[in-house]
Design a protein around this ligand. Sequence first.
Ligand SMILES: *[C@@H]1O[C@H](CO)[C@@H](O)[C@H](O)[C@H]1NC(C)=O
Length: 342
Amino acid sequence: MPLHRRFTARNALIALLVWLFLALLFHLKAELWPSPVEPSLTSLEPSNDDHREPIPHDNGGNKAGETPAVAKRRTAVVVASQQLEDATWLDEYFPRWEKNIYRVDDKSAPLTVPKNKGRESMVYLTFIIDNFDKLPDNILFLHPNRYQWHNDDPDYDGLPMLRHFQIPYLEKEGYVNIRCAWSLGCPSEIKPIAEEGEHRAAVHAGGDYKQGYEALFPGKQVPSNVGVSCCAQFAATKEKVLERPKSDYVRYREWLVDTPLDDSISGRIFEYSWHMIFGKEPVHCPTAKECYCKVFGFCYLECQEDGNCAGRYELPRFSTLPNGWPFIGWKGEERNRSAPEE
Ligand SMILES: *[C@@H]1O[C@H](CO)[C@@H](O)[C@H](O)[C@H]1NC(C)=O
């Protein structure tokens, strides 16, 4: 056999072996160290551009065949519930979110509070304190019922509200109030100094707010105006919660346990303090136009007023919705949903 042919055959064999070896290495590398796909917060963030489509993202839903492409941050709900209220819809529609359903009036419930006082704030504080070393990455603090008069939705429905909630925006902001309409809360719900000592209505906390503020934020100057869209449903990231030491949250809860103030008032003081606890200014009232776009991805609404966009939210006449809502209206008449569930 001529020398040059043997040489070529041997070379070919070596080349083949080298090629196989390299292919194996690449395969192993891909298997063992998959290249991370960084979720880019900025690229997912809704812009103010009115013509952009809503941002698709994972809201813990259960679409068939859908598997998360990237290791997701943990998202959890913390729900302040009473025995007669129902949060099971969250399991049904948001199966991938961790559920922390507290029952404030049931000592034997799996999750409950040391004292049923201060409304939802006792639950929110208790969750933070008890889970301080193992907090989920994104935490939504919520009331239990699906339909509630203050939910920012044309049908007061929490389902579309949460489905559209922009988790990437939360991850960028650290704290996001889950409500945009200004009716109740904005632009200046409480005037701590002007209203000190006033007792205009059992549910208004203005008269007692200053003393509450001084206890919660010692050494800080009491603001003359406090505003945030109402009703104490908001979200915070783990990173934001951890900007304060655990001892702050323990101290807040001790104040709540010890205060002689009425439940509705102490709860209300927290309702109008969470945004400051999580680093926002005393008046945290983005315009409804900006808020609906960033918080819910609704970027093309018509908004005639700073605090209201057409067709989004109307303050209802009563805080108890009719039985059968949204298919039965205020006068017992049949009605259709004013917006789709999705
Ligand atoms: C509800 O929608 C259906 C279908 O569009 C319609 O036929 C019906 O009249 C509507 N009912 C009311 C009360 O508006």
